[in-house]
Design a protein around this ligand. Sequence first.
Ligand code: ATR
Length: 287
Amino acid sequence: MTIDNLVGLIGWPTSHSISPIMHNQAFHAVGLKNWCYVPMPVSPTPSTRIKEAVLGLRALGFRGANVTVPYKEKVIPYVDSLTDEAQALGAVNTIVVEKDGHLCGHNTDARGFLADLEEHNLSLKNSRALVLGAGGSSRAIVYALLKAGCSEVVIFNRTEEKARELANRYKEYFPQATICGRQLSEENLKLSRDFKLVVNTTSVGLTHHDNEMPWFESVAFAPNQVVYDLIYNPNITALLKHAHRHGATTISGLGMLIHQGALAFSLWTGLPPPLEAMKQAAYAALK
Ligand code: ATR
């Protein structure tokens, strides 16, 4: 069988990603034997490499790609069009190469996050949410929370200016909601009570720093709160352990990873995603 449908992951690095395992398992599960997902590490130097990589998708006959850190914003000038959502987010995590070679930039992160919240039966209509971090991932999460009907989203970041900028970005899209940015500090977190959901989008707590958390031991959680950590490796971060000790409900980022991947799978193949096979592959890859 010839592999004549290629997709892959553009990022730097890509070796830690479980997306190749998850997608190749998905192709296998639906009988797409001539599809293959490959890691495509693109060096940040020279800076022209990312342009060459995106345009190369068309030249090499790829069906599409995922895009991860640090290129979600950088690929935008090189695609031919953006979906409304990718435009609003200012970030692309999926590229589809259409039949005529047109490169369309999509973003499935926000919908992937919402699909996972739905799977956890979490409704956010008129709720208040707190987001830790104001980088690329935070953009998708804040957008998703506002789309889900949160009445208030407060972004806490080490660099306060970035939190404020992100809040301002979405004020024009969601004028009915209260959105603000604050300094991530012990004092500010202690004053921030009654949030239904707390989401960590920072990189604090990832493998190699797994005893760190973007939170403070002295700040408690309540049993009616839900704490969601976008990090999925380790699957239970120091933040989730802290939240669990206080009786809060905890959710790791693995579900979002699977759902954003499932949406990308459908964009490339036009088929419903084999969600169970993707879940099994993701859990097995992390063991
Ligand atoms: P991503 O695309 O994964 O979101 P990013 O855009 O580099 O990555 O954003 C990383 C986020 O983690 C930022 O909010 C960053 O805070 P700053 O804006 O102040 O840099 C946050 N972050 C990283 N290391 C941190 C640390 N040690 N303490 C607190 N926040 C941290």
